[in-house]
Design a protein around this ligand. Sequence first.
Ligand SMILES: C=CC1=C(C)c2cc3[nH]c(cc4nc(cc5[nH]c(cc1n2)c(C)c5CCC(=O)O)C(CCC(=O)O)=C4C)c(C)c3C=C
Ligand SMILES: [Fe+2]
Length: 427
Amino acid sequence: MSDATKDDLLQKPISRRDMLKLGAAGGVGLLLGAGGLTGVLAGTGMLKDSAKAADAQTAGDTVPFYGKHQAGIVTPAQDFICLGAFDVTTTDLGALRTLFQKWTEASAKLAQGQGVGDESGNPILPPVDTGEAMGLNAAGITITFGVGASLFDGRFGLGSKRPAALVDLPAFGGDELQPEWTGGDIAVQVCANDPQVAFHALRNLARIARGKAVLRWVQDGFQRTRTADPNGSTPRNLLGFKDGTNNPDVKKADVADDIVWATQADGANWMADGTYMIMRRIRMRIEVWDRTHLNEQEATFGRHRDSGAPLGEKDEFAPLDFAKQDDKGKLMIPMNSHVAVANMGGKVKIHRRGYSYSSGIDLKTGQLDAGLLFICFNRDPRRQFIPMQQALAAQDKLNEYIVHVGSAIFAVLPGAKAGGCIGETLF
Ligand SMILES: C=CC1=C(C)c2cc3[nH]c(cc4nc(cc5[nH]c(cc1n2)c(C)c5CCC(=O)O)C(CCC(=O)O)=C4C)c(C)c3C=C
Ligand SMILES: [Fe+2]
């Protein structure tokens, strides 16, 4: 084996699957034994696997956990989400710091496709990791942490550090918020290309938090999978429309700087390179929508259903022309359509990263409890999400078919370097 290949293998994170194979071959310790690497890897078939794994990695199998910004914000959306909000039960700032230290270490391991910690090997103790992700790769997992306004109350003496941009969201017209889907001291957003990998991460992070924080609400969500749509075209929401077409291109650093990342100049020094996340659990009146004719559906969004193009256009990515009229002088895109209102004259932008959710049925009505787990990231909600949602609440034709039932806002912490800790700029 060439030195370069050996280096690659040593750099390559060892996945849960590799661990199992190494375990069967005599233990991970062998990996470190002098000259043992080639033999162990050949014996387990990992040499062949490592070539496959390298391919998988280029397909986004592992996303670095550490960095200037947290992952899971401008990272292209994975197929599944498991979003949890926690209430902190400890009143000790030191314990909160320790929790974030433990969460950081565990998350860095999970991002590499590993379990949350080293097993003791003692059969009379519960395993350190819950085990349901054994044999699964990292599936592009990202874990993103944020803190809610309630964390800045009297409990930890953090009141003076509450960023001005971390406002309590105002009441919006038409809101029917339910307390069980609202608020939270801490948000943990887990996204992955496998639902079990995502669930496993949130479950283990909740387990680590025992005695310090408890889950307040959890919402799973999904988009189409890569298997069903290998081309990665724009996902469709549960109303059947392509959703995300005109999202700003946050892969471009200048666009992300403008729309997503907070700076020191924005008010709170500790939030530099962080962002603000808004979650809205938006239930869709699916049964009503399904009885609505296509013209009306398209007028509601201002786009064609099949292509996703603006009304009157053929190409999904054609620019929106709100002045364009049909041959009778009627606006092609109605002024009260969702895109016309959300566009805000092109002056206000947010980065949307939502998922569909389906949570069974409403037992009272027998109707589907399904909709959009709306998530957006923005640099200052006072200038971005809030005015946009105020306009939508007042004018959006889509309001006939949706109702906002959950809501939360979080300051998403800056990223950390390897060896550092998420939250170190705050606590
Ligand atoms: C406050 C922000 C927004 C909420 C809440 C929201 C809810 C919501 N949106 C859809 C479906 C679509 N939205 C689309 C575009 C779009 N939506 C927002 C903002 C909110 N949406 C913006 C800023 C935009 C882009 C506007 C523009 O300038 O073009 C679209 C069209 C395709 C696209 O560009 O993504 C769809 C479809 C649903 C179903 C929903 C609540 C359930
Ligand atoms: Fe929208």
